[in-house]
Design a protein around this ligand. Structure first.
Ligand SMILES: Nc1ncnc2c1ncn2[C@@H]1O[C@H](COP(=O)(O)OP(=O)(O)OP(=O)(O)O)[C@@H](O)[C@H]1O
Length: 258
């Protein structure tokens, strides 16, 4: 039986005494591509940080690749792009190539140095994100969108099994955004990489992901787009307008591609 990429049982998380995540239970399978949506302050980033072991949770249980998070060590299997990619120290003395290389070094056992083949992999990744020509520039000298692409390169260069992206396209121009989503689709469909994508772009989310996770402190909806679009519970909860916005684009894309 295949091992679940992620399993969460009855998770609760508090900041001080304020409950931010309540009774979260979910299972993510290999190859799932999940759009994580919800209003501002609904706990999306907090959930991601808890899943990455960056915040200690109060109650519940989390397993990654079948192992309890408490003893999990294979963090190199997970690529992560944090939300505030643009808040880079302008004096950070690393080039684009060096930042991207960090994502590859994390997955290496000793000796940890970059070989010729690694350099090719890094350059291919930079090229796929349209930033190969920036490879020798210092990260602090780049624009917000360029910096975001560099951090994306770092997150995906090690070919992770599980990719978690917190609003990855907020600083990208439309052309780069489309290229980026094509790249994610290829990683998901051809390499079966599991993806969680946090986004506020609900009008387009159905074009990219296969499942929707709607969070508002607790899970409001988690399932396929088909279920979301056909559910009368969803209509009651979100209103037919919001449901239509999400489902219309999904239908449109299915017709286009299918
Ligand atoms: N370090 C912190 N200390 C205390 N409260 C926090 C902290 N970080 C976030 N919160 C609170 O936790 C709640 C969830 O925040 P979180 O950033 O997870 O939401 P989000 O869904 O990612 O929001 P957004 O869509 O605006 O990015 C909010 O009420 C926020 O104010």
């Amino acid at each position: 039986m295949p091992i679940d990429v992620l399993s969460v049982e009855r998770l609760n998380f508090y900041y001080n005494s304020t409950e931010v995540l309540s009774g979260i239970s979910l299972v993510i399978h290999q190859g799932d591509y999940i759009g994580l949506v919800g209003p501002n302050g609904s706990g999306k980033t907090t959930l991601i940080k808890v899943l990455l072991g960056l915040l200690p949770f109060n109650h519940g249980r989390i397993s990654l690749f079948g192992q309890d998070i408490v003893s999990f060590k294979e963090w190199n299997r997970i690529g992560y792009l944090p939300q505030k990619a643009a808040s880079i120290n302008p004096r950070f003395p690393a080039t684009v190539m060096e930042i991207a290389a960090m994502g590859l070094l994390a997955s290496k056992t000793f000796p940890r140095y970059i070989r010729h083949r690694d350099r090719e992999i890094i350059e291919d990744t930079l090229k796929s994100l349209g930033i190969l020509d920036l490879r020798n520039r210092l990260i602090g000298e780049l624009s917000g969108g360029q910096q975001q692409r560099v951090l994306l390169a770092k997150a995906i260069v090690g070919n992770p099994d599980f990719l978690i992206l917190d609003e990855p396209t907020s600083a990208l121009d439309p052309h780069t955004r489309e290229r980026f989503f094509d790249l994610l689709r290829e990683m998901n469909e051809q390499r079966r990489i599991t993806i969680i994508l946090v986004t506020h772009d609900i009008a387009n989310i159905g074009r990219y992901s296969s499942k929707l996770l709607y969070l508002d402190k607790t899970i409001i909806f988690y399932g396929s787009f088909l279920d979301f679009c056909e559910s009368s519970d969803v209509t009651r909860l979100f209103g037919s307008f919001a449901q239509h916005i999400i489902c219309h684009r999904h239908d449109h894309n299915n017709r286009k591609t299918g």
